[in-house]
Design a protein around this ligand. Structure first.
Ligand code: SF4
Length: 448
């Protein structure tokens, strides 16, 4: 594969190795052991907790998340009981009370759940844990159903950050992706959050959606900028209809061509810069003063299954169907089917579907990819046993040197501004063990 091409399939590297390449070399006993060890080794720094709340009332056709569509809110209580039971399984492995540094509610639509049920769930979790002095709690809110009460209740539990999915305000685009929220709904949700004391609001936007043009994207971005969210995530749409059949509601000819898609990204980047937002890692922009911006400036940015974060923790416990936990030397993903996940938890078993225990080489490459994704640079000390590996990496990197996208000096590489759009490609040069094992079907979006 030609690594310097912009439109090759490549992982977004929220983990290394990426999920399709996991070797499934982890059973329940080994997972328990990994959790115990990580709790002993990293417990004092605090843990991250991700809660996957999979329900949505209607399907947005572009969606690549693991969701369950229903309007039956009776499912809330049973699901919450499963999450708490799973959390109890983890509590049995921890050495002492866990210190929680980060909580993130994702989905699905966390605000599908009533404020009372979210309060019950979180109160139960927090009552058995200690909160880190620099804790950071956040959630994803759908602008159409995040009520003042949701925001208030979560705020009383320490939530100070919220992320609203907007994607695009254009009516034709919204119709195609079957996701509707007006500017007024988004403004109202953001006003409520600010009034209650949320200190950071993120807005998610997507480029490359069906029927988007420079004019529609410009209009959406200008409206969002007028609301001054502290952070904006500007994601590339991943067209994977073989994995997400909902995306068949439109056809490929409705999507902007690659060159147009690139120009949409460049347009966004330019508009964000003009409005004072700075680039903080792939796809993310933040205003000075926001935690993510400060972390990027200090070189403390971190990346995990939740995306970029200002908190660096080694142990991430993820509860709920399809969620992925990380003990730093092992990953485990939960069963995707909600019913099977609940059944397994009810039996008192970890509901793991697949996992991967990292080898020494995996850990080495993981550190480099994390450095590149968060700091646009990485360096190494060549130990004898890794000499050949680094020689091969250096050889592959020459293609990027030739393009003047990176500089290599003293066993370190630095990605130049013009090389930043090729960040995922540059990571591929380090990922020799897995990247060229082509899966049976294409599973990654392209880097364009
Ligand atoms: S985009 Fe969000 S709200 Fe829409 S179906 Fe996916 S998870 Fe649910």
């Amino acid at each position: 594969m030609d690594l310097v091409k912009l439109d090759i399939p490549a992982p977004r590297y929220t983990s290394y190795p990426t999920v399709p390449y996991w070797e499934n070399n982890l059973n329940e006993d080994l997972w328990k052991q990994k959790v115990r060890q990580a709790s002993e080794q990293y417990g004092a720094e605090g843990i991250s907790l991700y809660l996957h709340l999979p329900y949505c009332e209607s399907l947005c056709t572009y969606c690549a998340c693991n969701t369950r569509i229903t309007v039956n809110h009776a499912v809330e209580e049973g699901y919450i009981q499963s999450l708490l039971k799973e959390w109890d399984l983890y509590l049995q492995q921890f050495t002492g009370k866990p210190i929680i540094k980060e909580i993130h509610l994702g989905g699905g639509t966390p605000t599908f759940f009533s404020p009372e049920n979210l309060h019950f769930l979180l109160k139960r979790i927090l009552s058995g844990a200690t909160q880190h002095e620099h804790f950071d709690f956040s959630f994803e809110g759908h602008p159409s159903n995040t009520t003042h009460e949701h925001l208030r209740v979560l705020n009383t539990l320490g939530f100070k950050r919220v992320s609203f999915g907007v994607q695009d305000f254009d009516e034709t685009v919204q119709e195609a992706i079957h996701r509707f929220q007006s500017f007024e709904e988004v403004k109202n949700a953001m006003d409520n959050a600010r009034e209650l004391g949320y200190r950071s609001v993120n807005v998610d936007l997507v480029y490359g959606l069906p029927f988007q043009t420079e004019a529609t994207v410009k209009d959406t971005i200008e409206k969002v900028i007028a609301l001054k969210p502290e952070r904006i995530a500007f994601y590339s749409y991943a067209h994977v209809p073989w994995l997400k059949p909902g995306q068949r509601k439109y056809s490929e000819k409705d999507l902007p061509a690659d060159a147009v898609k690139r120009s949409l990204y460049n347009l966004g980047k330019q508009l964000f810069a003009e409005a004072g937002y700075e680039d903080v890692g792939m796809d993310h922009f933040a205003l000075p003063g926001d935690d993510l911006y400060e972390a990027a400036k200090k070189g403390n940015l971190h990346r995990n299954f939740m995306g970029y974060t200002a908190q660096h923790t080694h142990l991430l416990i993820a509860l709920g169907a399809s969620s992925i936990s990380d003990t730093w030397d092992a990953f485990a993903q939960n069963i995707k089917s909600v019913e099977e996940y609940q059944k397994k938890v009810a039996e008192g078993k970890f509901p793991i579907m697949k996992g991967h225990a990292l080898s020494e080489e995996d850990l080495l490459i993981r550190a480099h990819i994390l450095d590149l994704m968060c700091r646009y640079q990485t360096g190494w000390r060549v130990e004898h046993r890794w000499e050949e590996l680094y020689a091969r990496i250096a050889h592959r990197l020459q293609a990027f040197v030739g393009k003047n996208w990176i500089e290599i000096r003293d066993n370190s590489i630095y990605i130049k501004d013009q090389g930043k759009p090729y960040l995922r490609n540059i990571c591929l040069a380090f990922d020799e063990r897995y990247w060229n094992k082509i899966p049976e079907k294409q599973v990654f979006s392209t880097t364009a």
